[in-house]
Design a protein around this ligand. Structure first.
Ligand code: FMN
Length: 203
């Protein structure tokens, strides 16, 4: 299994849950992950977060937990005490129970900036559940589908409720921003721009 088959890419952020261990402290939080040309996974972790402090203070390894379960994403921000862990195979940081895949990594290098730290991860082990076609969650695909839903509603409302149609167009603008923010893939960006252009023509 290679990282690309799991959905990791150089152009589109994969939204994963990062688990880090430092001393006896274990912490998990959602993070965006991108591949670089050296085959490393890169994270940008902003200040004033526990993950930032643990990485700057010397955490040596981590686990990328691959899931599309929104409850797990929620728990890792708001209800961390509900997260269940199991041991990893190659690193000291544990895995979160019931994820679809795990990438166990060494934190190869860090680059400290004023507002964030960049972490460069070297994958040591990729482990997936038996299920086929496991992919990392990314924001671009769902944002395009939401924009299409808004566009379909906009067609319905344009003649009967103009204010509502305008609100739908604003939402399409926001979904386009999400696509541009989360991917440099030209096909996905073109689609997002086209949905917005079509909704502007319609109004
Ligand atoms: C899907 C998703 C992706 C995120 N990506 C990042 C990221 O790439 N970098 C970052 O600093 N914060 C990111 N966050 C925000 C952190 O996960 C959030 O601030 C979290 O509460 C930090 O937890 P901590 O203080 O335990 O480290 C993301 C949040 C979500 C929901």
């Amino acid at each position: 299994m290679i990282l690309e088959n799991l959905g990791f890419s150089r152009s589109t952020y994969s939204e994963v849950i990062l688990t880090v261990k430092l001393g006896k402290i274990v912490n998990s939080a959602p993070m965006g992950a991108l591949l670089n040309d050296q085959g490393e996974i890169c994270l940008r972790i902003y200040r004033n977060q526990r993950t930032h402090r643990m990485i700057v203070n010397g955490a040596e390894d981590c686990v990328l937990n691959i899931t599309d379960n929104p409850v797990l994403f929620y728990n890792t921000i708001f209800e961390k005490e509900k997260i269940s862990y199991i041991s990893a195979k190659r690193v000291s940081s544990p895995r979160i129970l019931n994820c679809k895949a795990y990438v166990e990594c060494l934190i190869n290098d860090i680059e400290i900036h004023e507002d964030f730290v960049k972490a460069f991860l070297k994958p040591l082990l990729i482990d997936t559940a038996k299920e086929k076609n496991i992919k990392t969650y990314n924001r671009a695909g769902p944002a395009i589908i939401e924009a299409l839903i808004c566009y379909s509603k906009l067609l319905h409302f344009k003649n009967i409720d103009r204010e509502r149609a305008k609100i739908l167009k604003k939402r399409i603008e926001i979904f386009k921003e999400i696509v541009y923010h989360s991917t440099t893939d030209s096909t996905l960006r073109k689609i997002a721009s086209k949905i917005l252009a079509k909704s502007e023509e319609t109004l």
